[in-house]
Design a protein. Structure first.
Length: 276
């Protein structure tokens, strides 16, 4: 019987005979209908034996059988910590907080996992937009949020900046109201954002984020900026808008200067064409 094998496994586990415990749990799973408890108990034995990857697999099976079983998340997060997967640990506790009955203990586990992940998440490569935005959402420091947007702007080509510019200007003037700002703006007059206010927050501090961004298409880059905007508070959005107004004014001045310079060049060219 499965219950008899489980009890034998429990006894072996308590006696620190983890090899025997794992064998009893495995036999119960293979010979009878597997349960979330059997998989979680086997994971505990596997963790004690140092078989962390296999333990994670058992925990995933336990969670699939009962997504509300908190102990499965605990075992999985424990195994993930053992292999140094701080991102996975954070995501496991995040899912546990969503699926399981809340408790002070669960909130504490999630907070600890979040803190540990945030200590290194700027130095770990990014897989996709969802992955990046899940990290950006965790950033609480306003200057870090804004400097990241500035670094992304500066990592864009001039043509990409023009695309971003049209998107950002819509945030200020609204759709259909941006022509007065953009009529004379070309990619050639959109400079890099000045970083004087972010000397203590260099690109190197978020290099994996910038590298991820640089490898995206122009459309995806705009979508990333859109997602970043959505993760700003209303106060932070207002700060961005004020900064954009100054930046747009400077860009428009450069556009006007460029236009005037082109006219002067055209006049000079016509004068040179005249016979003396």
């Amino acid at each position: 019987m499965a219950d008899e094998l489980k009890q034998k496994g429990n006894a072996a586990f308590l006696a620190n005979d983890f090899v025997a415990a794992e064998e009893f749990y495995r036999k119960a799973i293979e010979d009878f209908e597997p349960t979330h408890i059997l998989h979680t108990n086997r994971a505990a034995a596997l963790i004690s034996l140092g078989n962390f990857r296999e333990a994670i697999s058992d925990c995933d099976k336990a969670i699939s059988l009962d997504p509300t079983w908190t102990k499965a998340y605990f075992r999985k997060a424990t195994a993930q910590e053992k292999v140094g997967d701080l991102k996975g640990t954070y995501l496991t506790w995040l899912l546990a907080a969503e699926k399981c009955e809340t408790s002070p203990w669960l909130k504490s586990q999630l907070q600890n996992a979040t803190n540990n992940w945030m200590k290194c998440f700027k130095t770990v490569s990014v897989s996709d937009r969802k992955d990046f935005l899940s990290r950006y959402k965790l950033v609480k420091n306003v200057r870090e949020k804004l400097s990241t947007m500035a670094h992304f702007w500066n990592a864009s080509t001039r043509d990409e900046r023009l695309k971003h510019f049209h998107f950002l200007i819509g945030l200020i003037g609204g759709e259909g109201k941006s022509s007065q700002y953009t009529e004379h703006i070309t990619s050639q007059v959109l400079p890099a954002m000045p970083m004087d206010n972010y000397i203590d927050l260099p690109r190197e501090a978020i290099e994996p984020w910038v590298v991820f961004y640089e490898n995206q298409s122009a459309e995806e880059k705009t979508a990333i900026l859109n997602g970043m905007w959505d993760h700003l508070t209303s106060t932070e959005q207002n700060t961005v808008i004020q900064d954009l107004r100054v930046f747009i004014s400077q860009a428009m001045q450069q556009a006007e200067y460029a236009k005037m310079a082109a006219k002067e060049e055209s006049k000079e060219a016509k004068v040179e064409e005249l016979d003396p």
